[in-house]
Write a protein that binds this ligand. Sequence first.
Ligand SMILES: Cc1ncc(COP(=O)(O)O)c(C=O)c1O
Length: 358
Amino acid sequence: MRPILLNPGPVSLSEGVRQAVAQMDLCHREPEFFELQDEVIQGLVDIYQCDPAQWTAVLVGGSGTSAMEAMIASLVPDTANVLVLENGVYGERLSRIANIYGIRHQALEAAWGDKIDLKALADLLSSGEFSHVLAVHHETTTGRLNPVDDIASLCTELGVLLLLDAVSSFAAESIPFEQESLQAIAATANKCLHGIPGLAIVLCRRELLQQDIEPRSLSLHLPGWAEQQAKQSTPFTPPVNALLGLAQALKELNKQGGWEARRSRYRNLAGQVAETCQKLGVKQWLPAEVSSCVLRSYHLPDGMTYNELHDGLKQQGFIIYAGQGDLAAQLFRISTMGEISDYDMARLVQALQTVIAG
Ligand SMILES: Cc1ncc(COP(=O)(O)O)c(C=O)c1O
C-alpha cells in the first residue's frame, strides 16, 4: 500500500491526478501545451474569484522557494524599503532572499510560533519609512496562521504594498485579495492545490509586472515568463507534467466545492487527529484557534523520541514530519493536506493509538 503523506507537501495524490501526470508525452512548444497553460492560469485566478483584468498567475518551474524568490526578485524595486514579518523558518527565508538581492529591509521578529505584534507593526508602518511588507500567511514551521486580514488592512490604510508567502495556504485558507495593499502571493502546485512538485506559482496584480525593474535573475524574472505566457509561449522548458497534474487537481478542487470546502475538510481531519492525540495525552504545541487548517504541531509523547514515533507510524503506512531547527527535539507536525480518505483517517487514529499507547 502507498504511504499516506502527512508532511506539509508534497501530498498524497488522488488517482485522477496521478493518472493525469503520466497521461501523455507533451512538447512544450505545441498548441496543446499552450491550451493547458492557459487553462491552468485561468483556473488559478478563478479559485478566489480574482478579476482576470487585474490579476494573473505566472507559472515558473521550481519549488515554493522559487515562487518566493521570483516574487521578491522581480516585483520589489531597488527603491523599496521592506519590512519583513518573521515568526518562523519561512519569514526568515523571506529576509534571506531580500538580503541576497540587496533589497533594503528590516525584520519585525517574533519567536517561532509566537504571534506577530500588530501594534508594533502599526507603529513601524506609521513611520512612513516602509514601502513594502513581506509576510508569511501560514507559518508551516509551527502551524501558526498569521492574521493576514489585519496585516493587509493595516497596509492598505497606510499605503504600504503587501507581498505574501501563501505557499502552504493557497487554495485552503481565506486570502484578502480584495485589499488594495495585497499585490502578489507565492504558491506551489504540490500543497493545498494537490498537484505534484515542480511548479512555482505567483499570483499578482498585472500592474506590478509593468514596473521598470531590471532583471535580477534570468530564470526567475516574472515579467519575462508572464509576457511569453500571455502570448501562448514560454521562455524556458516548463514542468509539463506538473501542469498536467494541476489541471486535473483544479477540476477536482472545483468539483469538491472550492477552497472553502477544502478548508472544512482539512479542519475536520485536523480535529480528528487532535482529538486522538488529546486522548493519548499528547499536547498541542499551539492552540487550535491560532493554527491553520493545514497543519498542527504537537509535543512529542512523554518518553518517546521523534524517530521512534516517525518510524512506528511509517511502519503503519503514515509519514509525519519533524520540527525544524531547535524545535526538532520538542515537537512533531501532522499535516492533513492532500488526498486523505475517511478510511485513511480511521487507520491513522488506530496507528497513533498503537504506536503511542502501545
Ligand atoms: C510557508 C512556506 N513557504 C515556503 C516553503 C518552501 O517551499 P519549498 O520547500 O517547496 O521550496 C514552504 C515549504 O514547506 C512553506 O511551508
